[in-house]
Write a protein that binds this ligand. Structure first.
Ligand code: 5AD
Ligand code: SF4
Length: 481
């Protein structure tokens, strides 16, 4: 594992090793030499900032970038003071891209005053060829650009930028490689994301993810278990298993393993208290998984189950491969075995061809399922996806009006659903001291709902039994019992 590697013992004057991860440790040692020299020249430590956009998968990637930067010798800094700034980008909706361009413009102004600054860009947005064209043309001051497949090569690319002084761009279309045992720096000491698979093979017709994250590939169960054991030994109580579609985990392994079987193995890890996972695709959610969840003491009573639309006609155009009825039947099976399970979802409003009747089907589904919360999105047209080429795109004003109606329905239901636990006693994993009131701590129940209760920093990372004294809509006030 990384913790046993001493970068100072690596001979950086020899040729770089060919195999991974040794090759990356060699380049980390090289970059570290440079950071030490720069730091001595300036008479202060160098600072780095990783700015993350997007999903949990990106948040985990950001921790990997942070781990490598720390190994290289950078201290963590704010974006406006950092000598090295890297944006880990998202491209799932167009807004995400626009935000990155806006912030990049600001960063360019700073770099004009501090020419030694290094600016990096990585993540999903970089996998789009038109983005790379735009960076080459309009953002010449960027130093380092890489994509989702070669993030493990961060140190090597950085070394190449330091040596050449030129803009380094390295984007791969796809990869089979999964490089294990690189450093990472967790944001929270007591919980961590754990990638179990990468990529997506589903090609939902609106979604750009399969094009920017490549084909589905799973990590071996042994590597996953080893990582979680090491995390647990380091104080982690809760893991979030990450994949675009965790329910199809293991299908591409030499010796196939189901997601339910993987969960069974993880459950046995001593010291681990809670297991979460996301995202589940309804079409692949097996009865075997429902059984394992229902029988588990560690798997949280929460399932994020994106429905996207309540209209079977639209679901078919979305290539989701289930109908409204099948989704509702699945929810029925889940609630049958786990009456207390909390369900959350993603819904897209305004997919091409969506009529008022289709939208009413979505409203009906929301009323039937009664989600604990739902992320609602305006459909965003992503170049290169089948839906972008579909006729009858829904006008923006119609889309927005439907969005508002859906949001108020979702919120009204969520407030009702969330308040049913008032008066109960629940186990809460404490996450932090409350930002508004230092006399309170904030934690999460198994069903993912937040609870604030009197306590101090000493409780962070601990599981505490709390009486839920007052429901406040989407969170609770409580007191330790
Ligand atoms: N437009 C709007 N929302 C989208 N999502 C994915 N692609 C798009 C798009 N083109 C949403 C889906 C997915 C979530 C992560 O983002 O609801 O579940
Ligand atoms: Fe996108 Fe569908 Fe894959 Fe999710 S399952 S990442 S929505 S293509």
């Amino acid at each position: 594992m990384y913790s046993s590697i001493d970068l100072d013992k690596i001979n950086i004057n020899a040729a770089p090793p060919a195999e991974e991860p040794a090759r990356q440790y060699y380049f980390m040692a090289k970059c570290r030499q440079h950071v030490r020299e720069e730091s001595a020249r300036l008479g202060r430590p160098l600072g780095a900032a990783v700015v993350n956009f997007g999903c949990q998968m990106n948040a985990r990637d950001a921790e990997k970038l942070q781990g490598i930067l720390e190994a290289i010798g950078y201290e963590t800094a704010n974006e406006d003071e950092a000598d090295f700034v890297i944006y880990n980008t998202c491209t799932v909706r167009e807004n995400a891209n626009l935000r990155v361009y806006g912030r990049l413009g600001q960063l360019g102004k700073r770099k004009r005053k501090n020419p030694d600054m290094i600016i990096g860009l990585c993540g999903c947005m970089m996998q789009e060829p038109e983005v790379i064209d735009k960076i080459r043309k309009s953002f010449r001051f960027v130093d380092l650009v890489f994509g989702t497949h070669n993030i493990y090569k961060f140190a090597e690319l950085m070394a190449s930028r330091i040596e050449s002084g030129d803009m380094v761009i390295d984007i791969w279309k796809d990869t089979d490689a999964i490089v294990e045992d690189l450093p990472s720096k967790r944001k929270y000491p007591f919980k961590s994301g754990v990638n179990i698979m990468f990529g997506c093979n589903n090609f939902c017709s609106y979604c750009i993810v399969p094009y920017v994250r490549g084909r589905e590939r799973s990590r071996s169960p042994e590597d996953i278990i080893r990582e979680i054991e090491a995390l647990t030994a380091d104080g982690v109580a809760e893991v979030m298993l990450l994949g675009q579609n965790v329910n199809s985990y293991g299908k591409t392994l030499k010796e196939p393993v189901t997601f339910a079987q993987l969960l069974g193995k993880i459950e046995k890890i001593e010291g681990l208290k809670r297991i979460r996972f996301m995202t589940s695709h309804p079409k692949d959610l097996s009865d075997e998984l429902i059984e394992v969840m229902a029988g588990s003491k560690k798997i949280c009573r929460h399932l994020h189950l994106p429905v996207q639309s309540g209209s079977s006609r639209i679901l078919q155009k979305m290539n989701r491969r289930y109908t409204k009825e099948q989704y509702l039947a699945l929810v029925g099976r889940l609630r049958d075995k786990m009456p207390d399970i909390s369900l959350t979802t993603d819904i897209i409003v305004g997919f091409p061809g969506e009529t008022e009747e289709d939208f009413q089907e979505t409203m009906d589904l929301v009323r039937k399922v009664r989600y604990d919360s739902a992320f609602t999105f305006l459909y965003s047209r992503r170049t290169g996806t089948p839906a972008a080429a579909m006729e009858d795109q829904v006008p923006e004003n119609v889309m927005k009006e439907r969005f508002d109606r859906l949001l108020s329905e979702v919120q009204a239901i969520a407030a009702e659903v969330c308040s049913i636990h008032e008066g109960h006693i629940a186990e809460v994993l404490v996450e932090n001291v409350n930002e508004q009131d230092a006399g309170l701590v904030t934690g999460r129940m198994s069903n993912n709902i937040l609870v604030h209760f009197p306590g101090d920093a000493g409780l962070i990372g601990k599981l505490i039994m709390v009486r839920l004294t007052e429901a406040k809509g989407f969170y609770y006030m409580g007191e330790a019992v």
